[in-house]
Design a protein around this ligand. Structure first.
Ligand code: FM0
Length: 347
């Protein structure tokens, strides 16, 4: 019982910020993202009666008990749904520059959700895969789809109506997303911890909830009408509102560093010169800059000249999660995924 799947990371244009249920990963608000072409995770899952426990191999290395436990807890949900009680060998290869501060949890859990459900024999559509991926990391539910994606928060207590769906294909509207890395140190306040502290203690959190659904409607309309100026404006404002909530938390915190402000300034400066370019920022110091493909070379040049910028990764809208065959693998992924391929068993 084996399957292989690949999923790409995504960047939120309208942020998921705060949970109403931490066990089921149910969000306080709906969110909207673009799946990216450049960063992805490839994962193989093999359930077998000969395995005594779950095993998790990441980038060719067997992980420790703590990491394996996270995967086991997630697989328990898949096993419960399928009514199957077998252990699994999971092997994942991240083509995500995690050392540069980019998160791999969205692509990781989307690929795992698809590979695990397929391997265990569930024949389910992507909306159910999205609902399962959500329970590994909220933003992972959006990586099940390609292009422009919305995660509807839902209202049901069991989470049955909280999953992502596609708004528009990436090919329908190409945009350039420049991931600007300013700091590669580990995050001081992880997104999970940061959003919890903010929900629990920040007096500004209710202000976030007041306008986020309206922001999402504006962003969705701008995408459908290919109105880049309107989209950029609401995306940037939404990110700043999210970051404003953290300053009111107890204890207060911010994800911004000096270099984050340098990039924000440069974006505003280019805009003052007439180039339509906007930024968004997640739970870390790096900045994602949005522009139209005709301006990407100029924007990249300007950003690269900022002394505190370490590197820039250029992305475009990417595809949704897909099941792959082993024969389609190549390069490092092939080597790493085959290294622990559990093929000796005859069960
Ligand atoms: O992506 O606690 O999914 O909408 O990146 O695993 O459910 O890592 F800017 C913050 C992502 C949060 C916004 O949180 O949290 C977004 C954020 P989990 P995630």
């Amino acid at each position: 019982m084996e399957a292989l799947a690949k999923a790409h990371t995504n960047i939120a244009l309208i942020k998921y910020w705060g949970k109403r249920d931490e066990t089921l990963f149910l969000p306080m608000n709906s969110s909207l993202s673009i799946t990216l072409d450049a960063f992805y995770t490839t994962t193989s899952v093999e359930f077998c009666s000969c395995l005594k426990s779950d095993m998790f191999v990441l980038n060719g290395n067997l992980t420790n008990e703590e990491e394996t436990k996270k995967i086991s807890n997630f697989l328990d949900k898949v096993r419960a749904l399928a009514g199957v009680n077998l252990h699994a060998m999971v092997s994942s290869v991240n083509n995500v520059p995690t050392s540069a501060g980019f998160a791999s949890s969205a692509s990781g859990f989307a690929a795992l959700a698809l590979a695990a459900t397929k391997a265990i024999g569930l024949d389910i559509d992507h909306s159910i895969v999205s609902r399962i991926a959500r329970q590994g990391s909220g933003s992972a539910c959006r990586s099940v789809y390609g292009g422009y994606v919305e995660w509807e928060k839902g209202v049901a207590a069991d989470g049955s109506d909280s999953y992502a769906s596609p708004i528009m294909d990436g090919e329908a509207w190409d945009l350039s997303i420049l991931s600007v890395m300013v700091d590669s140190r580990n995050k001081k306040v992880l997104s999970r911890e940061g959003m919890k502290r903010t929900v629990d203690t920040s007096p500004f959190y209710s202000g976030w909830l007041d306008t986020v659904e309206e922001d999402l409607e504006i962003a969705k309309g701008a995408i459908i009408n290919r109105d880049f100026g309107l989209l950029g404006k609401v995306v940037e404002a939404n990110a700043l509102k999210m970051h404003a909530t953290t300053l009111g938390a107890d204890p207060p915190f911010t994800y911004f560093q000096g270099a984050t402000l340098d990039v924000m300034e440069a974006v505003k400066q280019m805009r003052a010169e007439g180039v339509p370019v906007y930024f968004t920022i997640d739970a870390g110091p790096n900045v994602k800059v949005l522009c139209q493909p005709e301006n990407e070379a100029y924007v990249q040049k300007v950003l690269a000249a900022i002394p505190t910028v370490q590197s820039i990764y250029l992305c475009h809208p990417g595809p949704g999660a897909k099941v792959l065959s082993r024969s389609s693998l190549s390069g490092t992924s092939k080597k790493m995924l085959n290294q622990f391929h559990h093929h000796s068993c005859t069960n």
